[in-house]
Design a protein around this ligand. Structure first.
Ligand SMILES: *[C@@H]1O[C@H](CO)[C@@H](O)[C@H](O)[C@H]1NC(C)=O
Ligand SMILES: *[C@@H]1O[C@H](CO)[C@@H](O)[C@H](O)[C@H]1NC(C)=O
Ligand SMILES: *[C@@H]1O[C@H](CO)[C@@H](O)[C@H](O)[C@H]1NC(C)=O
Length: 547
């Protein structure tokens, strides 16, 4: 009898704990990183390069060594001694200012095979610039040539190619694509009429197109409400996909998001590739918001398509609520995190309403109807110009939100947001530590070739069902405006799992067979056991092609 009062609170609290655990946790990392996290890229030294724009006034972070940007063509301030870019170090939770010299506003980029970030375009003096950031503790942006691009690239999308170049697709009033670095055979911009056809007059709805490298080497390009498969080597559209169900736009400013779902069975003759697109704003939403102050509900629909099918069809699904400007990130276990954004309005200055504070997890392999799981909310709205990026330990950095033209911290509906948070998905909870694998070898930064084998040794405390072990490899994306460029998760083929004793196991996997499946460069490798991922290690896939 006397036990009962003790027992009930215990049961209650453990129940609460497990619902909390199922929904992840939020942690404030920095009260101010001084700038708005409008663009983010994780590099292979576990540091994240973050930048906003140079033309909306002074940030809250000074440049070191009395550095200043002096630019007579600048719109707001001609002499600016504040930083608009930082490097954030994940393990130490510290950051340092970086000096970006031309306007990187609404630009794009990609990490290249040697691990440097090559970032392209922007606005004003930056619209044709290319900037390189090489990871090292004291490195800074290098900007050599402000006319490095063949066309202005503002709101464009980049993708790394199998030969290590990147392709830059579209941008505002840029109905073309081009490559970087330039070669004598490919130095121009190539016309892409699809970008004209998908350009809604006055609203566009085709900016920051969703671009994925398909397993057949062609590029899947989704803009507005439809997609093509492009053979970029011949400038030829090889397939036209049906319009997305409902026909509403999904690209900027009707900003939804998209992922290439995890690629698996990589040694089969025909590998399947599937794309998932979620959220956005209905047709006319931008006009209603900007001209009539009317904020339409965001789209609550997703659609999924097998892009490798001979007769590809969209399969619609419903999210628990509408979302615009959400980011979609692939987690190490192959689930998709849908995070940030708003339930009404569109992307653009002051045009979002009703921030969505709860992330969603989408489980691609669960039956339809049970794929979406609502997660615990943050209390910080992350609307226009917010970002999210997965880091090596499995957490997700969340930053930014600035829906106005200046750094306005007061007198606006959603103040400019300088706080940096981490969202820890449910799999990081201590209650899963007994099944969480820990990688013992190889060491981080190991180099591998395509078509080889790799043994990953790991330790795990719980008795292991060998069939519940998988090994995944993630290309860390460039994130801006709700799209993560180059995001790609490969589920490696397991050849065998061996029990090495002492709770230690070896899993032998096949490395991806080609640079089409996995363009050369740095990837995060995870061992996943019963949906619980290890911390990642960095793996570099070496290039067997030279430019
Ligand atoms: C930005 O800096 C100003 C001046 O130092 C300070 O008053 C303000 O609180 C800072 N804002 C944020 C959001 O950190
Ligand atoms: C935002 O900041 C700018 C620059 O400081 C200022 O001119 C503008 O009036 C501010 N807007 C609001 C709504 O306070
Ligand atoms: C197993 O682990 C224990 C404790 O770490 C160690 O003393 C022992 O030598 C290990 N045995 C083998 C076979 O590796």
């Amino acid at each position: 009898m006397t036990l009962l009062p003790l027992l009930i609170p215990f049961l209650l609290s453990s129940l609460l704990l497990s619902t909390e655990a199922a929904g992840g946790r939020w942690q404030l990392l920095q009260n101010s990183i001084g700038i708005v996290a409008m663009h983010m890229q994780l590099l292979h030294n576990d540091r994240v390069v973050i930048f906003d724009r140079t033309d909306f006034g002074f940030s809250n972070l000074s440049l070191p060594f009395d550095k200043c940007r002096r630019n007579p063509n600048e719109q707001v301030v001609k002499v600016d001694c504040t930083a608009h870019s930082i490097e954030y170090d994940v393990p130490s939770n510290t950051f340092r200012p970086l000096f970006v010299q031309t306007d990187v506003w609404c630009s794009s980029g990609s990490v290249i095979p040697d691990g440097s970030l090559v970032q392209t375009g922007g606005f004003n003096d930056g619209e044709r610039a290319v900037r390189v950031f090489t990871p090292c503790p004291t490195c800074d942006w290098q900007e050599q040539n402000n006319y490095a691009l063949a066309a202005r690239r503002w709101y464009a999308t980049n993708h790394i190619l199998p030969d290590g170049r990147q392709i830059i697709v579209g941008g505002r009033r840029a109905f073309t694509y081009e490559f970087y670095p330039k070669t004598s055979a490919a130095k121009n911009a190539y016309s892409l009429p699809f970008l004209v056809q998908t350009n809604d007059p006055g609203t566009e709805n085709n900016l920051y197109p969703f671009v994925f490298l398909n397993v057949d080497g062609n590029l899947f390009i989704f803009a507005n409400n439809r997609a093509i498969l492009l053979d970029y080597t011949k400038n030829r559209v090889v397939k036209t996909f049906p319009q997305i169900p409902g026909g509403d736009p999904r690209c900027y400013p009707s900003t939804g998001s998209a992922v290439l779902l995890p690629l698996r069975n990589l040694r089969e003759a025909s590998i399947e590739a599937e794309v998932l697109i979620c959220g956005g704003a209905p047709k006319g939403s931008f006009k209603q918001a900007s001209q009539s102050n009317k904020f339409l509900g965001a789209l609550n629909t997703c659609a999924r398509i097998k892009i490798t099918d001979p007769d590809p069809q969209w399969f619609p699904e419903n999210m628990p609520g509408g979302r615009v400007m959400s980011d979609m990130l692939i987690l190490p276990n192959g689930n998709v995190l849908i995070i940030n954004g708003a339930a009404m309005g569109t992307a653009g200055w002051e045009l979002g309403r009703n921030p969505v504070l709860n992330p969603l997890i989408y489980k691609p392999n669960s039956p339809i109807g049970s794929r979406f799981v609502l997660q615990n909310p943050s209390d910080i709205p992350r609307v226009y110009h917010s970002t999210a990026a997965l880091v090596r330990d499995g957490r997700v950095l969340v930053g930014g939100s600035n829906p106005h033209t200046y750094y306005n911290f007061t007198k606006v509906l959603f103040p400019t947001e300088l706080r940096l948070e981490a969202y820890s998905p449910w799999y990081l909870e201590a209650e899963f530590s007994s099944v969480r694998p820990e990688i013992l070898s190889p060491v981080s930064q190991t180099k591998v070739m395509h078509g080889g084998k790799l043994v990953v040794r790991f330790q795990v405390n719980a008795i292991l069902a060998q069939s519940s072990v998988s090994v995944t490899m993630l290309a860390p994306p460039f994130n801006t405006h709700s799209f993560s460029m180059n995001q790609r998760l490969l589920v490696l083929d397991v050849i065998q799992v061996s029990n090495l004793g002492n709770l230690t196991y070896g899993v032998e996997v096949a490395t991806p067979g080609s640079s089409v499946l996995a363009p050369p460069g740095f990837y995060l490798l995870f061992v996943v056991h019963q949906e619980i991922p290890s911390q990642g290690i960095w793996l570099q896939i070496l290039s067997n092609t030279t430019l």
